[in-house]
Design a binder for this molecule. Structure first.
Ligand SMILES: NC(=O)c1ccc[n+]([C@@H]2O[C@H](COP(=O)([O-])OP(=O)(O)OC[C@H]3O[C@@H](n4cnc5c(N)ncnc54)[C@H](O)[C@@H]3O)[C@@H](O)[C@H]2O)c1
Length: 361
């Protein structure tokens, strides 16, 4: 399904993705235009971040939130968390349109869901915004540490991605050492920058690219990474491509150009079409560490916050991403199926098993 097709029928889309509920939030006074999508609550309340982005059309925003919320269901399931999947998007320019009133109004919409949806920060939102939402509802995480929260989940997300990269490197090269391996990090925001730091600490060769040229200059200088233009990243011969910006960067066109052995990054929904592009990567021998398996560190951080935050427990759960990734890669190899299909199988099995557990009083 494409963003264009999403204009056809909202209900047929919800049925196709298997969503339980979608809430449209409109408040002309603050300029809030948001969509909250609740995909599946079998394992627990729907958990998902809030993204603020300049969507070209409302259909594009709906398409994004439906895909993101579905992958949260799978992400929580495979990370072993007792949470369901949801997501929300706010349509607008986070640098220009965001205000305290807008975020608090949005918090009111979350409050009215009575705990069915719990949110955290994402692209275009920050711990400060979560603090505003917290003024209206308790169903928010990622609030600043000074307020008793777990703070920015991005560094933990980056740590989890590193675990996923190591598991993939082990599968491909026989050991998980990343010293001397070359990695292209596309998007050096909250997660990307920490990932660059972690990779450089282990002496990997790192290429960085971003649409924000100032950041490219700063980050490359700070960590000794090589700056590359956003247009040329698919021409670089490297071991690993790590997409840490937005989704759908892996498509028919980019797969034909890619010269890497592994794809492993933080961006959600990296494959433009799961079935088609997952299979193309399998056929081309490129090892794809499924995004929702390896970027679960952020949600693990937020989950810990709900349970009474413990840094140690958060790190243990995040380190488990290494084993979770290995299990996915092993199943993919054993059944000769794409890695995303293998991950989906493992996640769906857990949801089905727990649904049965909950079916009796
Ligand atoms: N923050 C988290 O805890 C977390 C957790 C899991 C997954 N993710 C996902 O990881 C990705 C990055 O998250 P973040 O929090 O670092 O966001 P961010 O907004 O801090 O950083 C994103 C960066 O990507 C750049 N960018 C945007 N479009 C680009 C493009 N076309 N090409 C190159 N660069 C581009 C931006 O300029 C920015 O520097 C997102 O897809 C997000 O959903 C984030």
């Amino acid at each position: 399904m494409s963003a264009q097709q999403t204009t056809d029928s909202i209900f047929s889309q919800l049925e196709a993705y298997g969503h339980q509920k979608v809430v449209f939030c409109s408040d002309p006074h603050t300029g809030l235009k948001a969509i909250i999508a609740i995909h599946d609550t079998t394992l627990g309340p729907a958990f998902g971040s809030t993204r603020m982005w300049t969507y070209r059309t409302e259909a594009e925003a709906l398409y994004d939130v439906l895909r993101l919320s579905k992958s949260m269901t799978y992400k929580c399931a495979i990370a072993g968390l007792n949470m369901g999947g949801g997501y929300s998007v706010i349509i607008g320019d986070s640098r220009r349109d965001k205000s305290e009133a807008m975020m608090r109004k949005f918090g009111r919409y979350i409050k009215n869901l009575n705990g069915e949806f719990i949110t955290s920060e994402d692209v275009g939102t920050s711990p400060r915004d979560m603090e505003y939402i917290r003024m209206e509802t308790e169903h928010v995480t990622g609030i600043p540490e000074s307020l008793g929260g777990s703070g920015d989940p991005a560094p933990v997300a980056a740590k989890g991605v590193l675990m996923g990269i190591k598991a993939a490197v082990r599968e491909m090269y026989g050991n998980d050492t990343i010293t001397g391996r070359s990695v292209i990090v596309q998007g050096i925001g909250h997660v990307g920058e920490t990932l660059v730091k972690l990779l450089r600490e282990e002496n990997a060769k790192v290429y960085v690219s971003d649409i924000n040229e100032d950041r490219v200059r700063q980050v490359s200088k700070k960590y000794g990474a090589e700056a590359v233009s956003n247009n040329s990243i698919f021409d670089i011969d490297a071991d690993i491509y790590s997409p840490c910006a937005l989704g759908a960067t892996i498509n028919t066109q980019t797969i034909s150009k890619l010269k890497v052995g592994i794809i492993a990054g933080s961006a959600n929904n990296q494959l433009q079409d799961e079935d088609e592009h997952g299979k193309m990567l399998l056929d081309k021998g490129i090892l794809f560490a499924p995004d929702y398996v390896i970027n679960a560190g952020g949600i693990i951080n937020c989950y810990s916050e709900l349970q009474g935050f413990s840094k140690r427990r958060t790190m243990q759960l995040t380190e488990n991403i290494y084993e979770a990734t290995r299990n996915v890669l092993k199943l993919s190899k054993a059944e000769n199926i794409s890695t995303i299909e293998a991950a989906n199988k493992i996640a769906e099995k857990r949801i089905a098993d727990i649904r049965k557990v909950k079916s009796t009083y």
